[in-house]
Design a protein around this ligand. Structure first.
Ligand SMILES: Nc1ncnc2c1ncn2[C@@H]1O[C@H](COP(=O)(O)OP(=O)(O)OP(=O)(O)O)[C@@H](O)[C@H]1O
Ligand SMILES: [Mg+2]
Length: 250
């Protein structure tokens, strides 16, 4: 397992936001944390990223316990829900940010930024500012910025929540392809079942701070293990999605 959560508990002012959370994600896989609002998804990501500390339990990355390791040393890239781009920096400077912090050389930064602009098909837009981009383009830049320092683990917290339905669908196909191409282990948060089914290898279902079920999308739809999962996961939608995929020329 590349990432492991072992019996994690986390309370906020007595409120149990993570209740004995355990799961593992294999290297190179894309897992989705799927659950209703307030079920503890962001809390889990923030603890993995080192932005919050669990009260008890262990977090392992690549077999090493990271509970006491600062977030900046964990080799993690983070894409947030709201476009957290720096408004007064160009696209290129936004992408370069993590590398500048690491005090990389100018030539290396230039080369890496060019490479990432190509990866996200925005070669011509490096000099623009965030307000001159569409929402989808901004999230592509946020993705490139997170990848710039070559993290081993990518965390995405509802990266497309603020984007309209059609573009959102294109972006998630795009994201799936990008993650496959880069081969990075990734955890994607969403409360949209269809989004989770479409992008993830494994789905982790959260409810009231606990994990209800972990499995492949099909597995979860075919064999919902708890009453909550039965209600939350709409098997009909899954079947429609599956048929659409099978009948698509791709
Ligand atoms: N810093 C905090 N202080 C107090 N309570 C918090 C804090 N962060 C989260 N919580 C509480 O913990 C619970 C889980 O929150 P979390 O943000 O993890 O949910 P979520 O699944 O990401 O929800 P959403 O889909 O709305 O983003 C919520 O009840 C929230 O109010
Ligand atoms: Mg959240």
């Amino acid at each position: 397992m590349y990432v492991e959560m072992k019996h994690i508990h986390k309370t906020f002012d007595g409120f149990l936001a993570s209740n004995d959370v355990s799961f593992g994600i294999e290297k190179g896989r894309l897992a989705a944390l799927l659950g209703p609002s307030g079920s503890g998804k962001t809390t889990i990501l923030r603890m993995i990223a080192g932005l919050d500390r669990p009260d008890s339990g262990d977090i392992l990355i690549n077999g090493v316990k990271v509970n006491d390791l600062p977030g900046s040393k964990r080799g993690i890239g983070f894409v947030f829900q709201n476009y957290a781009l720096f408004r007064y920096m160009t696209v290129a400077d936004n992408i370069a940010f993590g590398l500048t912090v690491q005090k990389k050389g100018k030539a290396e930064i230039k080369r890496r930024v060019k490479e990432l602009l190509e990866l996200i098909s925005m070669e011509e837009l490096g000099r623009r500012y965030p307000h001159q981009l569409s929402g989808g383009q901004r999230q592509r830049v946020a993705f490139a910025r997170a990848l710039a320092p070559n993290p081993q683990l990518l965390l995405l917290d509802e990266p497309f929540a603020a984007i309209d339905a059609k573009v959102r669908r294109e972006l998630r196909t795009w994201l799936r392809e990008m993650i496959e191409r880069v081969g990075i282990t990734s955890i994607f948060v969403t409360h949209d079942q269809e989004e989770a089914m479409e992008v993830a290898d494994t789905i982790i279902i959260t409810n009231q701070g606990s994990i209800e079920q972990i499995g492949a999308p099909e597995d979860i739809c075919r064999n919902p293990k708890t009453g909550f999962v039965k209600e939350f996961v709409d098997v009909r939608r899954y079947e429609i999605l599956r048929q659409m995929r099978e009948s698509s020329p791709l």
